[in-house]
Design a binder for this molecule. Structure first.
Ligand SMILES: Nc1ncnc2c1ncn2[C@@H]1O[C@H](COP(=O)(O)OP(=O)(O)OP(=O)(O)O)[C@@H](O)[C@H]1O
Ligand SMILES: O=C(O)C1=C[C@@H](O)[C@@H](O)[C@H](O)C1
Ligand SMILES: [Mg+2]
Length: 173
């Protein structure tokens, strides 16, 4: 099984993904980390040198390549992955997609500590501006995220709860 985690920056895709991969005993792949490895530079460096359009192209290409390489894995996508280059369709067709739905206020609190590594958010100067930016981003992205067949809400985005959700889904499919 390929299990794909999608959701906003700070939703916990990487953190939960690692835990789920251990539980399922399958490889864990973090798409952002894979892009960084292949490009041999950080995401902020890629954005600064090449711009977002280039990053989205690389993201879409590396996604397809990673899927081809792994029949079984847990994949943490980047926050924008499903929203560009038809990648949501690719996710829906090749695996089981889970949306980590986390309220903007929680995202803000988590991101403030680490936002230097998130180029699209680094420009937001304070909590209010970050809240506005994330709210606007989510308004656009919700149409993509909400097409995932599985969804967990903040407190339920745990390894145990997600395993139950996946098992229920598979039993009913
Ligand atoms: N369930 C949780 N409760 C509280 N904090 C969490 C939870 N999951 C992750 N975090 C914290 O929130 C921050 C973001 O988590 P993480 O990097 O896993 O998010 P992400 O969805 O992978 O974000 P990005 O799209 O930017 O890669 C980290 O500092 C992490 O420790
Ligand atoms: O939300 C986004 O658009 C992004 C999230 C990160 O995971 C990275 O993929 C990159 O910083 C872009
Ligand atoms: Mg991540």
């Amino acid at each position: 099984m390929r299990l794909y985690l999608i959701g906003m920056p700070g939703a916990g895709k990487t953190t939960l993904g690692r835990g789920l991969a251990v539980a399922y005993e399958v490889p864990f792949v973090d798409l952002d980390e894979e892009i960084v490895r292949q490009e041999n530079r950080s995401i902020p460096e890629i954005f600064a040198a090449e711009g977002e359009a280039y990053f989205r192209q690389r993201e879409a290409a590396v996604l397809r390549e990673v899927i081809t390489r792994h029949e079984r894995m847990v994949l943490a996508t980047g926050g924008g992955t499903p929203c560009f280059h038809n990648s949501l369709e690719v996710l829906l067709e090749t695996g089981l997609t889970l949306y980590l739905e986390v309220p903007v206020e929680k995202l803000v609190n988590r991101i403030l500590a680490v936002r230097n590594s998130r180029p699209l958010l680094a420009a937001a100067p304070d909590t209010a501006a970050l809240t506005t930016q994330l709210t606007e981003t989510l308004r656009f992205r919700k149409q993509f995220y909400s097409r995932a067949p599985l969804c967990c809400q903040a407190a339920s985005c745990t390894v145990h709860a997600v395993r139950q959700l996946v098992a229920q889904y598979q039993a009913s499919a």
